[in-house]
Design a protein around this ligand. Structure first.
Ligand SMILES: Cc1cc2nc3c(=O)[nH]c(=O)nc-3n(C[C@H](O)[C@H](O)[C@H](O)COP(=O)(O)O)c2cc1C
Length: 187
């Protein structure tokens, strides 16, 4: 790999941003399927392939928004519940990513790590396609009512993320610490 293509890879990784504001246009489902195909090439100990990807249609999105309103209202009151539901209405694409449950603690930890890597792969692919995403872990992903709505068996898998995706309105700026703050050389 040339220095230029390495730098291109670095630009892609650095350039992926969590997006809160999306354009109101839909995404070609083939791009999302391609992104999922790439996502599952994440590192995965024992090749358990613990991930599953649920793509929501308009009706399920609508019911998800209703449930967000209900859950947030229960926790924080009607005003914030309505605000969160209105906000959720502006997200064009909805993807749920789950991880297989395991009784073995180490396997569970490693499987969860693999699913997180897969979500990063998915996000990077979208970013390179000039799309963007937001990985959300709000209370809905832990609520049994959402498992029932999606027909996901909570004894067998758990939701790692609700991924909103679409074309970004703006790419926000982000910072990270200085590189030397996070490296320790052990001699
Ligand atoms: C496991 C995980 C959960 C996250 N959950 C949320 C969330 O619930 N709401 C949210 O606004 N952002 C969430 N994010 C996105 C982070 O806030 C975001 O990655 C961070 O602000 C850095 O921005 P960047 O992704 O553009 O670098 C989550 C990210 C990760 C990795």
């Amino acid at each position: 790999m040339s220095y230029e293509s390495l730098q291109q890879l670095a630009i892609t990784i650095r350039g992926r941003r969590t997006i809160k504001m999306f354009e109101q246009r839909s995404v070609d489902p083939n791009i999302i399927k391609d992104a999922i195909e790439v996502a599952r090439w994440a590192p995965n100990h024992h090749l358990t392939e613990p991930w599953h990807f649920y793509l929501l249609n308009d009706d399920v999105i609508k019911r998800s928004i209703d449930l967000i309103r209900i859950i947030v209202t229960e926790k924080k009151g009607e005003e914030i519940g309505n605000f969160k539901a209105q906000d959720a209405k502006k997200r064009p694409g909805w993807l749920i990513v789950t991880c297989k449950k395991s009784e073995d603690e180490l396997t569970q930890q490693e499987d969860y790590a693999s699913v997180c890597c897969a979500i990063q792969n998915f996000s990077l692919y979208l970013s390179e396609a000039k799309l963007a995403s937001k990985w959300a872990t709000g209370p809905i992903i832990r609520d049994q009512r959402y498992y029932e709505l999606l027909d996901i068996d909570s004894n067998k898998e758990f939701i790692v993320g609700l991924i909103w995706y679409g074309y970004p309105k703006i790419l926000p700026k982000q910072n990270r610490k200085e590189i030397d703050e996070i490296i320790t050389y052990i001699d």
